[in-house]
Ligand binder design. Sequence first.
Ligand SMILES: NC(=O)c1ccc[n+]([C@@H]2O[C@H](COP(=O)([O-])OP(=O)(O)OC[C@H]3O[C@@H](n4cnc5c(N)ncnc54)[C@H](O)[C@@H]3O)[C@@H](O)[C@H]2O)c1
Length: 324
Amino acid sequence: MEKHQGKQGVVIVADCDHPSIDIEKSVLEGVASEVRWLACKTEDEIIAQCGDGDGIIIQYAPMTRRVLEQLPRCRIIARYGVGVDTVDLAAASDRGIVVSNVPDYGTHEVSDHALAMMLCLTRKVPMASAQIKRGQWDFRLMHPVHRHQVQTIGIVGLGRIGRAMAHKTHALGMKVVGYDPYVKPADLPEYISLLPLEAVLAQSDVVSVHCPLTETTRNMLDEPMLRLMKPSAYLVNTARGCIVDEVALDKLLTEKKLAGAAMDVLAAEPGPASHPLFRHENFYCTPHMAWHSEESAQELKRKAAEEVRRVLRGEAPMYQVNKF
Ligand SMILES: NC(=O)c1ccc[n+]([C@@H]2O[C@H](COP(=O)([O-])OP(=O)(O)OC[C@H]3O[C@@H](n4cnc5c(N)ncnc54)[C@H](O)[C@@H]3O)[C@@H](O)[C@H]2O)c1
């Protein structure tokens, strides 16, 4: 017991698929009496194993009202990542629990990944490479390919990542239009034109999704919305799977009403090999890795643990997302 004197709480990493939690342990040294690393997937597992946590760090673990009601000591839930859609924010606020994310660790990585996905679609690199490996060395099989300088990118969600994507695609010479009901034109660089969502979808040669998953954005790109896009247009989604209706997307790709799509995120992850979208040659998918680089992974872990350290020390949190 002696060695825990002056320490301020139990910190539980409820789930995390990282190779170690050494960074978190070093940040929490002197503040946490214990840093416990678990692999909770279900509500029942969290309830059974995290009841003594003063600070809880999560990756995908579902923090529902039912779970939160059974965490009597919890003062902070820190999420590794930006999206906090797995946490019932209202329930956390009701119980005075700070919910925090790490909003800025992967802005460059995600926008680079969205750009890479866009370029795979527009320059047809994976498709051309696959043709060559099948013995077909013929660029005409890749028609049509268009010059980016005459194309329009439509960005849905103009926060950190959306603006970084706007900056990068503007640098390619693309016209940039965007939809975000919460930003004003004055907040944006002059090269971004704010338009209604319908107009963004109808005008863009590439639509890139960068809004959070909320009750408003869930299925926001449903069949009628996707049908507003040009048949020659591409869709890129590095935000959250449930924002795009996958059944509708499958239908449009099958009907050739869209030229292709690329997603880093699916409604249900991991996506099974039998996923209907995977049979389309013009559909690309990556395993929710847009955020990742060696550097961003370390920054994410450090910042999540620093936020827990602040709250356990009684300091103001830096990245609180809920209000109470
Ligand atoms: N694939 C990955 O690895 C990965 C990594 C990080 C973030 N993400 C996703 O990217 C999203 C964006 O991240 P960010 O750092 O830019 O967040 P951010 O909070 O800086 O920006 C989100 C923007 O979306 C806007 N928005 C909210 N509701 C909207 C709506 N109905 N329609 C259009 N726009 C709306 C907000 O006003 C805000 O400007 C996150 O919520 C997360 O889900 C994915």
